[in-house]
Design a protein around this ligand. Sequence first.
Ligand code: SF4
Length: 262
Amino acid sequence: MFCNQCEQTAQGTGCEKIGVCGKTEDVSALQDLLTHALQGLAIVALEARNLGIVDNGIDRFSAQATFSCLTNVDFDPARFDGWIRETVQLRNDLKARVEAAGGSVTNDAAALSFIPAPDLAGLEAQGAALNFISSLDENEDLRSLKQIALYGLRGLAAYVDHAAILGQQDDEVFAFIHEILATLTRKDLGVDDLVAGDVFLICSDGLSDLVQDDEIQETLLTRSLEQVCGDLVRLALRRGGNDNVTIIAAEVTEAAMHRQAA
Ligand code: SF4
């Protein structure tokens, strides 16, 4: 296994035998396999959306399943077995709907043709064989950016799922989840292709509970990257923050390729 998606990660580099959080090797493999399966579903969902086929059940499912791979959310292998099989069933059903509507899904991503093994042990072997993190990209800068995007997406999916439970949904956000999942399968990206803007910002709820999205955006637009984290932490504390306020801001430029402040 290899997982470095949270700040607890072993020795600050990655959990390789068992997670510091308690995640086991089999669960890690199943989470990787579920993410792989979700990428296949996302590719089809994007094509469906181009044809006007928008399925709220699939959108909600994609957010929930993405959320399930976040740290400490779900360590039950049997549940991942179910998620993986349902993902592939939804992918196949939606692909048939796309084709019935005159569309086609042409993509050579392995996630699109993934067939789950018949039993749990087989799924675990499939997940381990993916070497999911290493396979994101040969280029370590791109691989690092893809990891940031994936881990950020899992956090976003948690909020999307909670908001949906409370009756709030946004179709653009569901489309964004599919777009990121599908884009992470691409091997033809450069650094500037991967980022829609120039900056990634990932934070704990110690910030997001107290500072609105538009305020964070304003800070990003008006401060240097080196100032952003400090200014946002101070703003959260001024507003009574008494929780951990963790922020990572990473900027990608052609010249510097990658610089990071935390
Ligand atoms: S989520 Fe668990 S396994 Fe992954 S880095 Fe964090 S502590 Fe390690």
